[in-house]
Design a protein around this ligand. Structure first.
Ligand code: SAM
Length: 200
């Protein structure tokens, strides 16, 4: 659909503006058809005021517009990786970590299920009081960024029309041809011994 001008509050920062321009049409068109997680999970009243929980459907045609400036490649020993194919200024929106937005308890339940199949990769990202499950294969690139403690991106929660999105922004200036990396943030002993990549 057409990219519509976002309704942003006065004083909203530039990142928010840019991000809304990219996402507002999708957020609007999704609003009606999205299954709300609140349809499935009872949510504490004070929580509900702040957040609308939704399960976002995969939108490959929008992904092409949104995921501009990035390219996925395959690298021996790392699997798929994502490279910048243009310059990203520090603080700018890079990509959405797109998946199902879940409560922690539901995320843990799904993880236990995935653990039964050793072929399932790790695409569950925990952030404060929620988790985004991007395990399902899709055309979206956010799920393909690899880990580094000294990466060039960082995660942030971003609200668009009351819907929470997990996004990655540039933590420093990123040049074209650089691999996009962020800190998965998992410092638990069990995870580190299961996935040595988390050490670095
Ligand atoms: C969220 S996925 C990232 C995309 C993944 N490379 C793929 O091909 O689908 C997480 C998985 O990527 C791999 N990975 C992430 N960071 C890595 C790194 N620094 N070195 C090697 N493998 C890494 C691990 O297999 C990890 O379980």
């Amino acid at each position: 659909g057409n990219i519509t001008k976002p309704k942003t509050e006065k004083g909203a920062n530039h990142l928010a503006m840019e991000y809304c321009v990219l996402f507002s049409s999708r957020a609007e068109s999704n609003a009606a058809q999205n299954r709300k997680a609140t349809d499935y999970y009872p949510i504490r009243q004070e929580f509900q005021k702040k957040q609308k929980w939704v399960v976002l459907e995969d939108q490959p045609c929008h992904a092409r517009t949104i995921e501009e400036g990035l390219q996925a490649k395959h690298i021996e020993g790392k699997g798929r990786v994502v490279f910048a194919v243009r310059y990203f200024k520090k603080g700018k929106f890079v990509i959405e970590y797109h998946g199902d937005l879940l409560h922690l308890a539901d995320a843990k339940e799904r993880e236990a299920l995935y653990a039964q199949d050793p072929g399932t990769g790790c695409y569950m990202y925990y952030f404060q009081y929620l988790s985004v499950d991007a395990t399902k294969e899709s055309t979206r690139l956010g799920r393909l960024l690899n880990h580094s403690k000294i990466g060039n991106c960082q995660t942030k929660l971003h609200d668009i029309d009351g819907i929470t999105h997990l996004i990655l922004v540039a933590s420093r200036d990123i040049e074209s041809e650089e691999e996009l990396l962020y800190d998965y943030g998992d410092r638990s002993k069990e995870s580190i011994s299961a996935h040595t990549l988390l050490k670095y």
